[in-house]
Design a protein around this ligand. Structure first.
Ligand SMILES: Nc1ncnc2c1ncn2[C@@H]1O[C@H](COP(=O)(O)OP(=O)(O)OP(=O)(O)O)[C@@H](O)[C@H]1O
Length: 941
């Protein structure tokens, strides 16, 4: 199949646009084609058949590139650019050492290139003339199989998309393990699935949508023929007997066929990939859907903190082996929605908690398990060496132990798992008998096959051994025969065996000695018998090495026959490792079994699984949605709102992944999706576009959430002016309440929102409590209690938080002054702003109702800060102020310091003028802090 056609230039390549591409045939060689030396002509041919890759061409111990490719390799890999000269011209050349190629190849992959590795495929010593070379693999970001280039914990996917509209299909394969999957749906759903899987390389068929990808990948438009439905069906038929029964539509067929065709190409195009034993069709809706935004904002796999804080997978990953590690990631990425399956996992985890001894025995033995999936894939790709087979044996040795520890388990899922563990005694014994316990890395140089396994090999080795024994006795014999005590027998690579006699003894050398080499103080000789023995030893050794290689490849081929059994064993071990890990984590951290399938979320004393592990004390909080599904959460900055919302989501994810959860008790429905929209403050650098992104994410949520979804909205509307933000936040809450019905947690600084609970029956208020104290100096101070309570919050304490964050005290003091001033001067303005917001909504009968009912927290003028919601409020402060999310609201309740009226310089006048002209009502707290900082700077200057 001609992959040359239509294969696009890698997008991530870092070349300047007008520079010649480093891939493909170098023009200089094309021009000199007829005169090229045989070797360069071979190089040119390989470049032509792999135009989408940089060809690294084996010359002795190096992989070399020539011409433009050489210049790029020298630049990217930081190796010296040399040149090769012959009668046809001078060609730039750059090489990387084969022994140490991995890091250089990685650099080329990172720079966005595919690399075609052209190995010498015949022994240079046996070749008559030019050594034959062939591309043995094309290394691409999505198809790397070398351990050194792969991360153990996560799968590296190659993806392919084909089709459009509602029949858009996505196929993925993890080339290192053979896991191949296909799905289809609307372009939107497939876009989300793509984001979730983030394949390292994506093949996009001509008719596939132009996805906006939120991750880095190498995209190419592949061979159209491979994506043709007939071609694809033919490719797939090499993997499954009835391709039509695996896929659900033509797009899926094309995606998976095109994908496998390309994967074969990268593995050297020698037919189907044996280790892809199963192609699985799946439906994303059969799992709890977490889009890329949710995965990111809940920090499942990556921390958002620049210093790299902990993640959910980080605190859970106590897996014993790489198989379990990947399965854990997969389960967290795609928690189940199958209540039965979830309960089965919980049953298993429960029993593993109750039987700590058996559990730890299982985990101990699992820690001896190597990365079976990748081992198996190497075996069937004929890449496994003797050490790999021994690693496979070590893994298989652990299985009976694991089985015996599991045999006492009583729950059905663990019993089934135990039954499903195939000990593969045949494979284990075969490797045990055939391969030496500590074999060398190379499989061509002997020392691999055990004695007693192959009679012919044993015979040859015996001849070799005998010969060597004879040589080792020779020294003593010859010393006796010649009377030269200092006579020595030795060996070197160039001259072979020799008898060395020092110059003073040369007179005693017998006649049958023939001179081999003269050194400064001695002469080296051989005898006819020594020569005969030497030939015998060397030929036996060579023969034995070759035979060992042959025997080894036969053993490997026999093992490869059992790929499916091995993969199914790997599958069971992976599942067991995760279940045992869930149990260990639950036991160590006091998790409980959640009750699943209830109507509403009800969590008693829930904890954030990551935060509780990263800080000394954690305050557990309840989450009870039995009386309403929309919680409006208020509270000062830093009081714990985001942590609380995320912990509800993480508890749900853990539960549906099969884990117990950090809480005293939890009753949970089976959620279909989790959406998150977290505050604009996190993306301040994005400026204007931040708000657009916020709104785009909000749109996504409002369109796609269902009543079975969990929605986290953190400060929606904060990215714009208070007036607009409040209006959006209100309308969103109403929509979620009336139309969507999703379990929703809405954290906000817009205290006006808390009034919604009065007229939205399913909405209720929660707030985070703080303790307000006074320092000795009389300054107000706050302590965060991180405790959630019913009802709305009465204060925000923005400036106090700024102070805690280390904003210089002069700025804080001035902030208090300014805010008091502004508060006094602009109270009317703030009122007007909210009135405007409400006027904008005046078409909405509900908004009017809220106003006329006088239920709005601020308008009701409830001076004592209580009873703005439908639940009693904890008493927090004694002062009152507007609770409208404006700057004034943020410093509500803070006593002003006396101003001394000392305004003297022009600079200070300017600053004051600027403050007077500020639209305080329309300023977000963060903007206010930035403004303060700037003003302070000006005063300092
Ligand atoms: N329940 C808790 N127990 C102990 N510490 C907590 C708890 N919740 C939050 N914290 C701590 O308080 C810090 C601030 O919490 P969080 O970010 O949730 O506050 P927030 O109210 O969302 O703040 P902001 O409004 O500024 O976004 C966290 O980083 C965590 O260290």
């Amino acid at each position: 199949m001609n992959h040359a056609d239509g294969t696009a230039v890698p997008e991530a390549a870092s070349q300047a646009d007008d520079a010649p591409r480093p891939e493909g045939p170098p023009q200089k060689m094309v021009a000199a084609r007829e005169e090229l030396t045989p070797m360069l002509s071979q190089y040119l041919d390989l470049c032509e058949s792999h135009p989408d890759a940089i060809v690294m061409f084996q010359v002795g111990d190096f992989y070399e590139a020539f011409c433009e490719a050489a210049e790029e390799v020298a630049r990217v890999c930081e190796v010296t650019l040399t040149k090769r000269e012959d009668s046809t011209g001078t060609y730039p050349m750059a090489g990387i050492p084969i022994d140490n190629a991995a890091s250089y190849l990685e650099a080329l992959l990172d720079a966005g290139y595919r690399v075609a590795v052209a190995d010498q495929v015949e022994d240079a010593s046996e070749a008559s003339g030019l050594v034959d070379r062939a591309v043995t693999q094309v290394i691409t970001p999505g198809t790397v199989v070398d351990d050194e280039l792969l991360s153990g914990a996560t799968a590296t996917y190659l993806g392919a998309v084909a089709g459009s509209g509602d029949e858009t299909a996505l196929a993925t394969v993890d080339v290192s393990t053979g896991e191949c999957q296909v799905t289809s749906g609307s372009a939107y759903e497939i876009g989300e699935e793509l984001d979730r899987l983030a394949p390292a390389e994506l093949l996009s068929a001509a008719d596939a949508p132009d996805f906006e990808l939120g991750f880095e990948t190498l995209v190419s438009n592949p061979d159209p023929e491979a994506f043709d439905v007939d071609g694809a069906s033919e490719t797939l038929s090499a993997y499954v007997s009835a391709p039509e029964s695996v896929v659900e539509n033509e797009s899926e067929m094309r995606a998976v066929g095109g994908l496998l065709d390309y994967a074969e190409y990268t593995q050297g195009d020698d037919g189907p990939l044996e280790y892809v034993s199963r192609v699985r069709r799946y439906d994303p809706e059969r799992s709890l859907q977490l889009d890329a935004t949710a995965i990111r904002s809940l920090e499942l796999f990556e921390s958002r903190s620049p210093s790299g804080g902990r993640t959910l997978v980080g605190v859970l990953d106590e897996t014993a082996c790489a198989l379990g590690r990947r399965r854990l990631t997969a389960w967290l990425r795609r928690p189940s929605v199958d209540e039965r399956e979830i309960r089965r996992r919980h049953d298993a985890v429960g029993e593993l908690i109750d039987r700590p001894l058996a559990r730890e025995t299982v985990r101990d033995h699992l820690s001896e398990v190597y990365d079976l999936e990748r081992l198996v894939s190497r075996v069937s790709r004929e890449r496994a060496n003797a050490r790999d087979l021994r690693a496979l044996k070590t893994t298989l040795d652990a299985v009976p132990e694991v089985k015996s520890a599991l045999s006492e388990m009583e729950t059905d899922p663990l019993q089934r798992l135990c039954d499903s563990l195939d000990e593969l005694a045949d494979v284990r014994d075969l490797i045990g008998e055939a391969i030496r316990p500590d074999p060398p890395q190379e499989i061509t140089e002997g020392g691999v096959i055990r004695e007693g396994f192959d009679d012919e090999l044993d015979e040859i080795r015996a001849t070799e051994r005998e010969g060597r024994e004879w040589v080792s006795n020779l020294e003593e014999q010859e010393q006796e025969r010649t009377g030269i005590d200092s006579l020595e027998v030795g060996y070197n690579q160039v001259h072979g065996y020799y008898i060395e006699v020092t110059n003073p003894n040369l007179d005693s050398v017998p006649d049958d000695y023939t001179r081999r080499q003269t050194l400064k103080n001695s002469e080296r000789f051989y005898t006819p018998e020594l020569k005969r023995r030497e030939d015998e030893i060397l030929s036996a050794s060579e023969k034995a090495d070759a035979l060992e290689y042959e025997v080894f490849t036969n053993v490997r081929a026999d093992v490869a026959e059992e790929v499916e059994r091995l993969q199914s064993l790997a599958d069971s071990l992976a599942t067991l490792d995760v279940l045992a890990t869930f149990a260990a984590v639950a036991a160590a951290n006091d998790y409980v079994r959640p009750e699943m399938g209830t109507d509403t979320v009800e969590i008693e004393a829930g904890r954030h699984p990551v935060v509780e592990r990263t800080q000394g004390e954690f305050v557990p909080n309840p989450a009870d949605f039995s009386d309403g599904h929309v919680a409006v959460i208020t509270g000062p900055n830093m009081s714990g709102k985001s942590t609380y919302m995320r912990q509800v989501a993480l508890i749900a994810i853990l539960a549906q992944a099969g884990s117990f959860v950090p809480a005293r008790a939890a009753r949970l429905p089976i959620l279909d999706r989790i959406f998150t929209r977290v505050g604009a403050s996190d993306d301040i650098a994005g400026g204007q576009s931040t708000f657009m992104r916020e709104m785009a994410e909000l749109t996504d949520i409002l369109h796609n959430a269902t009543e079975d979804s969990l929605v986290l909205l953190d400060e929606v509307g904060r990215g714009t002016s208070t007036t607009d933000g409040l209006a959006i936040a209100r309308a969103t809450t109403e929509f979620v309440h009336d139309e969507v019905g999703a379990t929703t947690l809405f954290a906000t600084h817009y205290h006006d929102l808390t009034a919604l609970s009065e007229r939205l029956p399913e909405a209720f208020n929660l707030h985070f409590t703080v303790e307000k104290t006074e320092r000795e100096s009389g300054e107000p101070d706050v302590t965060f209690l991180h405790r959630v309570a019913d009802g709305p919050s009465s204060s925000s304490y923005g400036v106090e938080v700024a102070k805690l964050a280390g904003v210089p005290s002069t700025v804080v003091e001035r902030a208090r002054e300014y805010i008091r001033e502004a508060d006094g001067a602009d109270n009317g303005q703030a009122d007007r702003a909210v009135e405007t917001a409400e006027a904008a909504e005046s078409d909405s009968p509900t908004a009017t109702q809220a106003t006329t009912n006088g239920q709005d927290g601020r308008r009701a003028g409830n001076e004592d800060g209580t009873e703005t919601g439908n639940k009693p409020v904890e008493q927090e402060g004694t002062t009152s102020a507007p609770k409208d999310g404006t700057l004034a609201a943020y410093v509500d309740g803070i006593e002003a310091t006396e101003t001394d009226g000392r305004v003297t310089s022009d600079a200070e006048d300017d600053v004051l003028d600027e403050i007077r002209s500020l639209d305080v009502a329309g300023t977000t707290p963060l903007e206010a802090l930035n403004t303060l900082d700037r003003l302070k700077q000006r005063l300092d200057d």
